[in-house]
Design a protein around this ligand. Sequence first.
Ligand code: 13P
Length: 649
Amino acid sequence: MNKLSVRDLDVKGKRILIRTDFNVPLDKKGEIIDIIRITSSIPTIKNVIDRGGRAILISHLGRAKGEVIEGLRMNKVAEKLEVALGKKIKKLNDCIGTSVEMSVAGMKDGDVILLENVRFYNEEEDNDPEFAQKLAKLCDYYVNDAFSVSHRAHASVVGVTKFVSKAAAGLLMEKEIKYLGQAVQNPKRPFLVILGGSKVSDKIEIFKHLLHKVDTFLIGGGMAYTFLKSQGILTGDSLVEKDKLDVANEILENVKKNHSKIILPVDHIIADEFSKTANSRVQDEKSIPDGWRGMDIGPKTIELFKKEIEKANTILWNGPVGVYELPQFKNGTIALAKLLAESKATTIIGGGDSAAAIHDSNVEDKITHISTGGGASLEFLEGKSLPGIEALSDIEGRKIFIAGNWKMNTLQKDARILINGIKEKTDGFKNIDIAFIPPYTHLFLMQDILKDSNIKFGAQNMYFEEKGAYTGEISPLMLKDLGCTYVIIGHSERRKYFNENDELLNKKIKSALKHGLFPIYCVGETQEERDKNLHQKVVEKQLINGLTGITSDEIKKITIAYEPVWAIGTGKNATPEQAEEMHKFIRNRISVIYDEEISSNVRIQYGGSVTSENVADILKQENIDGALVGGASLKIDTFSDLLKIANNL
Ligand code: 13P
């Protein structure tokens, strides 16, 4: 996902407006029937308040159509929310205006306010800019956690984002995008898609969008009869979309051309009328006689579907395979729910009756993801962009990061001149991140001279323990205490002269992260290893070992530095193409260990004889995000020239 996440927001002391979907089902007396939408929003609310943010929640409930309807106030939601959250919240009687602003102004860190039903104002559905601005006025940042309304361009979903400095996705929203978006776009094969529901016309766009990605389609529900009829098979009185027979035929042809499979029911449960008291029986073949209609898939079809489910590694299911609202015809759908629960695959449910079947079978916890969005999930699966997601702030791209590794060079007086000189010459460089990595002995000086500067600094090494009898070592706590941001881990000179191995480096990385330091983890091969064509294998091993146990949140804090040992201090730098080839390889490996989105955000520096002459060509490569500079960082002019070139790129 290239959108900002609530996790990226610094929420401490800030007012965060969270658009939730509290549109819960109500019974005739106005009591809440199901609280899943309330409980699904808890992780995002907790994420904000547990970090000292102030959560202001806004949602719609029912179809208020611009009028205040007593039965649609958020009071009952507030009661359930308090229980689910285990915390007192304040429910207000409006969602904009002076009294709301005053209540928000009185909030303390960790407080939660629930605003009144936003659809009491027509301006919400009209996406009225003035109204959106009034909502935005309540907060510092906005978070959208209501995936299920994100296909609507309403004021609390889209308009408000225009008037806030940051608009981020909530955790539920992220989960929906992860499974309905990434898992479906980049599935682990075989990829099986089960489509049901009454009409082919509702699913045409899904077929079109997913056709090239899917290995097998299983078709059930009313739409199966249109497909069967399009093949000349008798369907009796079953529901058939006569005007979609050509489309159904075309889909079958395209699936064949694409070398994927589509499996239609081979037997049915049929009934003599569409009612719960109808006579019904198993029809043991594809065709259905006149006077009878198909109502559910039959036992042979369930067996056939079972075989495909067992083979799949990713399964997406949307729509019931029988008439789910009539109890005697829900067996096929329930059987599928159970089969999916037993499957080893990543299982994704696209909402509606298929989700109900999962709940009714009590297997929610055995399913990877059950989407909370009905219309929104359909549009997403059709490949459409949802206005509520589009409106969120984009993540900044990978900013160039240049670090000067001074190694074991400079005495205090040289260090002072060097820091001051470069600081002065690079004042106002906004396009790059800069760091000095001096010997430990100059860290105190750095802390003093760089206190008001954008230039950060760090250490060349650390031990993984916090303190104790480790003579000669420096701990992460000491580095933090001196104001360090970064620490280099696993420089090839430490691997070579001090026998540091991947296992030790992995401990150091974990310890650095634990104490809030950003590791720069060095990898790279020797000349001999490159000559033997082992360079990728060597780097892959260093990556896998060094990153063992590092979570996907932690990897975002690590910079990888590719430093081919043969290019360090030798004046013999890798060509930009050689460097790019390895950087691409590294990014690819990270995407295998984590995922593509994470790997596309990880910064990878190049190091090895980088100078002001070659830095531009190196940084122009797609996967190179900066440089770890040795020798050339020790002279004011050379390093500031190099930084200037990088800043101007
Ligand atoms: P040189 O730039 O001197 O080759 O050193 C590279 C390096 O090892 C940086 O960490």
